[in-house]
Design a protein. Sequence first.
Length: 299
Amino acid sequence: MTESVVTGLPPEQVREQRRRRNPFRKPVTSILRHVFLIAAAVLMLYPVIWMVVSSFRPTDLIFREAGLVFDSFEISNYVDGWNALTYPFNVYLLNSGLVVIGSIVGNLVSCSLAAYAFARLEFSGKKFWFAIMLLSIMLPIHVIIVPQYVLFSQLGWVNTFLPLIVPKLLATDAFFIFLMVQFIRGIPRELDEAARIDGAGHPRIFLQIILPLMVPALATTTIFTFIWTWNDFFSQLIFLTKPSLYTVPLALNAFQDAQSSTDFGELFAMSVVSLIPIFLIFLFGQRFLIKGIATTGIK
């Protein structure tokens, strides 16, 4: 027989009496939970922390001395690494910034327009094309990279930033379209009907009604596009071969010389520099990212 049946009290009062009899149970559970989460966070962040510590060590001591102790604090790796390649590292940062900005603008404009069409407009074959759009998410980039390279090579776009930016203007990232469609579907249609009564058409409804309400979804798209484009290596390796056009991932790859020894100190130092923009964009956009994912129903 349960305690609630024996005492004749409701289960809520029984649980409250148990908490009163053992007041330390909840604090102990909370402490254990936080200890576990802190240990898991340290385990996941250990490689990044080790890289930061190693960036301040001489190259010959990086793999000799283990641990996370700042036994030496030298900034020579940052100074030498900044000018170690053909061009200063700020050139590669600028190249990545141009590609990222173009990709963000392209995704925001094209994906929001496509999402509004799928969420609000009625046209022939709407469900079919929406299904095709979702199926395109399953296509790995390795399947389409060869046709893309042939096309862009014939257009003379190889060794330019156009192959990395122009596809974004054509709503090729189906994930962001789906994210925005889910968000727009959560906006009441009564707002659209009220705007139509005032004589507004679809362009005005989209620009003045829907778009201002889509800020969380747009912020989520911006953050994901920034991170994915900044870290993209494969596409940039295919289309960019001139050192003057190298982005940050290609520049970091250039530190690894197969015919001579690699200066890991400089490599780690520039890797830390390349992580700073991602850290800042996630730090300031975390609130919008969480809100955008929560309000679109994507779990």
